[in-house]
Design a protein around this ligand. Sequence first.
Ligand code: C2E
Ligand code: MG
Ligand code: MG
Ligand code: MG
Length: 283
Amino acid sequence: RAKSQQRAGHFYFSRSMGVEIRERVRMMHALRTAFGQNQLFVVYQPQIDLATRRPVGAEALLRWQTADGKFISPDRFIPIAEYSGLIIDMGEWVMRTACRELVALRAAGHDNFMMSINVSQVQFRHPYFLEMLRRALADTGAPPEFVELEITESMAMEEPDLLIKMLGQIKQTGVSIAIDDFGTGFSSLSYLQRLQIDRLKIDRAFVTEITGSARGSSIAEMVIQLGRNLGLAVIAEGVEDERQAQILHTLGCPLAQGFLFARPMTADALNGWLSNDALEGVA
Ligand code: C2E
Ligand code: MG
Ligand code: MG
Ligand code: MG
């Protein structure tokens, strides 16, 4: 009997696979409930001008704290949100929340401040994306020239023609585009040149590397050069110590983000941080 079942094409999952799938489904339900009950929130991590050590913007990052107080990393729940389609509504909510915070910061006198918002590829490929973006900007009154969308390099690698067309349309709204986690994919120079992008974000792994290895040239250095050659702004992410900040500055990297300067913080904390510490200078 077992034999005939096999021939009929039954799949046999290993026990650990079953556990993994159950866990994912459980988390998907919990995430949906948490989102419905407003248990998700957005934190903001300042971005710093390395020459002046003054804040120039912030990246919006999503947080999920469960009812029993545990934080679940976005690296875990974003893929589940993508898989379940929940990312469409969640991403729209992040977009609107971050745009509203940008408007609030401007009202408090922090003009010239940029807001960077992560966009999932599932969101990006959704037919409603452009409309969603336009509406978020219009409804919140966020000035598009101070809004930046972060897409990952791996995402930029798929379906080049579609991406090029989408970026063109997005750019027409006035927002700018950054390639996140840059250096982890394999975009060619000629391909990058065809993309209407504004910034490259050096992945944290390559920032860590500049103080870790004894090699003369680093990937970080190459990305900074690439940015210069293509006329793109460059920002380093995950800067944790002063030596990294100094090396990056010396290499000509204008901007940075990382625990050295500030951790991601709530909107209230960001307001306070910008009005107090930051204006005295972080260094
Ligand atoms: P990301 O966009 O590359 O964000 C940077 C991550 O590095 C954040 O992790 C941030 O908290 C962390 N980080 C910043 N400075 C440092 C540092 O000095 N040292 C270390 N070790 N880490 C640092 P987080 O908030 O856990 O987010 C992880 C990823 O989840 C993000 O990577 C992004 O890909 C995704 N994500 C977060 N929020 C959203 C969102 O609203 N939408 C989408 N689609 N993805 C999001
Ligand atoms: Mg990002
Ligand atoms: Mg990144
Ligand atoms: Mg990342």
